[in-house]
Ligand binder design. Structure first.
Ligand code: C2O
Ligand code: CU
Ligand code: CU
Length: 468
């Protein structure tokens, strides 16, 4: 297993072939030529496997997972070492029922500490993956998820102190879907027509190894869709539900379908929108989820590409025969409740310190032993969150424990696409978002942070404590 240092060194050598870098001329001569990505759309997009519980009781499903190294085949004729929950990349999918508990025994078979966070989950503090609550190499930690929240697309990923960006980048990420009867009754596309799709970028070295260095966004030019570069996926000529997660460390996606065809957005991070929102463009920053229904009816025999505005094609749908389709997108999905009256207002400012170029929230670097924000349980708060890096640097803002609602963006009402339940919100340079959340939950410590996780790993994170 390469340590962080050997990986950095290998990457450095790839950038500086003439400098030798301590490698003999003979060894350099033996270095294989750069490996090649397969032809676009020659690999089928895998759907991550749904994990089976090891035991079930009347109230609870019990699972076991192990984080370990594994290999994937991205390039022709070679394999790439990555990390994977249960050796899978992305990890296996957990399908939970609202109101039914999930308990996961997480074993760490890697050589460094890990911590597992359920992003978007309403969970007790001991199960939140607080950055210091780590699983030592060889150890097991049990996480309890009450699933007392509505149907939604969540994801789980590493959150170990200072290491989450490298760990998530190397593959410690997977889907966690909560289902409920009220959503099922709507008749949205389901089963084989409900596709979880994780998008992320990556940088591969010439020998095919996955290369990590912080802030390396310009060089992470390969997009992986459920772990494969530019895959295809066979679909029937009918409606599909796409659950899109951006698992990138820094990259935001702007996705369009075919020649700018219409998609119907049905959900944001925390679950269904009040009503469907037709759109031709899906924007999704790191950590966010967007769900859309796409309709391939009448498209038999055609190929429809999902493409990012900068990175190009990320997935091609190959439309097959028409099948009977009883699914629908009803005009009302799940009306949003009226907003409570807030009790407290706070301001959060995310930015780079001009003195020392470190990432800060309200002028402070992350200290897991300091409490930055104390919140009385049950309080409704408005947070005015600003990206104070006015010129170039994007951030976003992610709050653990609760889903929030966006009240305004730069003084304007939120766009319909972000007017639902959210836990992560993009903040372009100089932008200000006002959000409102009611902090129900057990007492204890949680974090909030920028979800461009090369930033959060470098201290753009803070703590909040819920108290009685
Ligand atoms: Cu997905 Cu604290 O993050
Ligand atoms: Cu989270
Ligand atoms: Cu940031």
């Amino acid at each position: 297993m390469p340590t962080r240092r050997t990986v950095m060194k290998a990457g450095g050598a790839a950038l500086l072939p003439a400098a030798g870098y301590g490698v003999s001329a003979a060894a350099r001569a033996a270095t294989p030529a750069a490996v090649e990505l397969p032809e676009p759309f020659s690999v089928r997009m895998p759907i991550p496997r749904t994990l089976t519980p090891v035991a079930r009781t009347a109230t609870t499903d019990f699972y076991e997972m192990t984080a370990r190294t594994t290999t994937i085949s991205v390039f022709q004729g070679t394999t790439t070492e990555v990390y994977g929950y249960n050796g899978e990349f992305p990890g296996p999918t957990i399908r939970a029922r609202a109101g039914r508990r999930v308990v996961i025994a997480q074993t760490n078979q890697l050589t460094m500490d890990t911590a597992v966070h359920l992003h978007g989950g309403h969970v007790p503090p001991a199960s939140d993956g607080f950055p210091l609550d780590v699983i030592a190499p060889g150890a097991t930690r049990t996480y309890e998820y009450p699933n007392r929240q509505q149907a939604t697309t969540l994801w789980y990923h590493d959150h170990a102190h200072h290491m989450e960006s490298e760990h998530v980048y190397r593959g410690l990420h997977g889907f966690y879907l909560i289902e409920d009867p009220r959503e099922e009754a709507l008749g949205l596309p389901s089963g084989a027509f409900d596709l979880p799709i994780m998008l992320r970028d990556a940088r591969f070295a010439e020998d095919g190894s996955l290369h990590f260095e912080p802030e390396d966004f310009q060089n992470r030019t390969t997009i992986l869709t459920n772990g494969r570069p530019q895959p295809y996926f066979p679909v029937a000529a009918r409606r599909y539900r796409l659950r899109l997660v951006n698992g990138s460390n820094l990259r935001s996606f702007v996705l369009r379908l075919g020649d700018g065809e219409e998609m119907t957005q049905i959900a944001t991070d925390g679950g269904l929108l009040g009503a469907p929102v037709p759109t031709r463009e899906v924007r999704i920053s790191p950590g966010e989820r967007v769900e859309v229904v796409v309709d391939f009816t009448g498209r038999s025999g055609s190929q429809v590409v999902l493409a990012d505005e900068h990175a190009g094609a990320v997935l091609r749908f190959d439309v097959g025969r028409a099948v009977y389709d009883a699914s629908r997108v009803p005009p009302v999905l799940r009306p949003l409740p009226a907003l409570a009256t807030p009790d407290v207002e706070r301001k959060m400012s995310l930015g780079i310190d001009p003195q020392d170029f470190t990432f800060k929230i309200n002028g402070k670097s992350f200290d897991p032993n300091r409490v930055d924000t104390t919140i009385r349980r049950g309080t409704t708060e408005v947070w005015e969150v600003t990206n104070s890096d006015a010129f170039t640097i994007p951030h976003n803002f992610h709050l653990h424990l609760v889903q929030f609602r966006i009240l305004s963006r730069n003084g304007q009402p939120p766009a319909p696409s972000e007017a639902g339940w959210k836990d992560t919100v993009p903040l372009g340079p100089g932008e200000t978002v006002r959000l409102q959340a009611t902090f129900h939950g057990p007492p204890g410590r949680y974090v909030y942070h920028c979800h461009l996780i090369d930033h959060s790993s470098h201290a753009m994170m803070a703590t909040m404590e819920l108290t009685d």
